[in-house]
Design a protein around this ligand. Structure first.
Ligand SMILES: [Mg+2]
Length: 387
């Protein structure tokens, strides 16, 4: 069997474009991956195209060989664009090979270590223009209550306003109100994860953690911008809440650097950016050696979610899977077999390979947009802030 074509299918998912990667062979098999990277659609499509000459005519069974070829045989390696393109191709090769072998994809990853996959619900990012004082505790509490009613026993909240250099009293009180309302809404048995979204300075993260800690958050995500690796031990010690991060990292080297700080409890690699399933498995191995668990980042499309479900099925030091329920209006229609979630759990779609594929007619009816939704990230004084 030989690879005859590698291309992308870009789809307008409402709040962002989804970039699906398609690998085809001379035997008619098609494998699907996802390389969605918000606001970088053209770059990702171009990066996949740059890889095509390295793949045409190759044996798709040689997943590791091809991963190494794409990573090592070009002078420029790494970076989120290259690694996201590589991620989509690597996923598609796994799907394709599992189909050819007539087995579910997770069999290529070592086989089942669990029967079903625990999910957590993402309650959204707050109001798009939320700055200090603008977060709605009631909205988050309602949303959390609906999640629990739907069967989830874990939710994630962005309980900290944007733009926290040093938190004002109003900002701390807002965070306290949000966290109190959500804890009150879900009770003591539901896990609440807090995503700071890299909005904070290290000092601000510690201050917000002091407010959050009495409500027993499960973990504190991205307490600061990803490049501030040396600050992590101080943040972890000051926060007193397990630290989670990794959604903006790619490649094992970046994950190893944060693991070596000893400050991280949970890694959150994204299968669309970290280097695909091949690199995700290596990152999981590194994490296991450091006694760290995984909660893979997953706010993108359903093809990425399906790959994550197969990975979770076969990975021992895995904790929980992020799921943005009803994140896009075409979520179910875009797949030939929709993913099924029930009572806060999921299993991979049945069948061989990924168990589902992109419905190309639906994708064609929703072509990617040139203008993905942009969020406002300004403070009241007009200056920019991380969102
Ligand atoms: Mg996050």
């Amino acid at each position: 069997m030989k690879i005859t074509d590698v291309d992308t299918v870009v789809c307008d998912a409402g709040m962002r474009n989804w970039v699906f990667v398609r690998v085809r062979t001379d035997q008619g098999l098609v494998g699907w991956g996802e390389a969605s990277t918000e606001w970088r659609t053209h770059s990702i499509v171009g990066a996949v195209r740059d890889f095509v000459p390295l793949l045409i005519g190759e044996d798709p069974y040689r997943i590791e060989h091809l991963w190494q070829k794409l990573f090592r045989q070009q002078f420029w390696k790494g970076g989120v664009i290259t690694m996201s393109a590589l991620s989509g191709i690597d996923q598609a090769l796994h799907d394709l090979k599992a189909q050819a072998l007539g087995v579910p994809l997770y069999e290529l990853l070592g086989g089942r270590v669990r029967d079903r996959i625990r999910l957590y619900d993402h309650l959204g990012g707050g109001d798009p223009d939320a700055v200090y004082g603008a977060l709605s505790a009631e909205r988050f509490a309602d949303s959390a209550r609906r999640s629990v009613e739907a069967g989830f026993d874990a939710v994630k909240v962005l309980a900290v306003p944007m733009g926290a250099g040093l938190p004002s009293g109003a900002a701390l009180r807002t965070t306290d109100r949000v966290m109190a309302a959500v804890r009150d809404a879900v009770g003591d048995e539901v896990e609440i994860m807090i995503d700071l979204h890299g909005r904070c300075t290290p000092a601000a993260a510690i201050a917000f953690a002091g407010v959050l800690r009495p409500y027993r958050p499960w973990f504190l995500e991205e307490p600061c911008q990803p490049e501030l690796v040396e600050e992590l031990p101080g943040i972890a010690a000051g926060a007193g809440i397990p630290i989670a991060l990794g959604e903006r990292l790619s490649g094992r080297g970046e994950f190893l650097r944060v693991l070596r700080t000893g400050a991280v409890a949970v890694l959150q690699p994204d299968v669309c950016h970290c280097g695909g399933l091949s690199e995700l498995r290596r990152i999981a191995g590194l994490a296991e050696a450091f006694g760290v668990t995984l909660a893979p980042h997953n706010p993108l499309g359903p093809i990425a979610t399906a790959h994550n479900l197969h990975f979770a099925m076969a990975t021992s030091n895995w904790l929980i899977q992020e799921q943005m329920r009803a994140a896009a209006p075409i979520w179910d229609d875009i797949l030939t077999t929709p993913l099924e979630f029930a009572d806060g759990y999921a299993v991979p779609p049945p069948g061989v390979g990924l168990g589902t594929a992109v419905n190309e007619a639906v994708a064609a009816a929703h072509p990617g947009t040139e203008t993905e939704v942009q969020l406002s990230t300004r403070l009241p004084d007009g200056s920019l802030c991380d969102w």
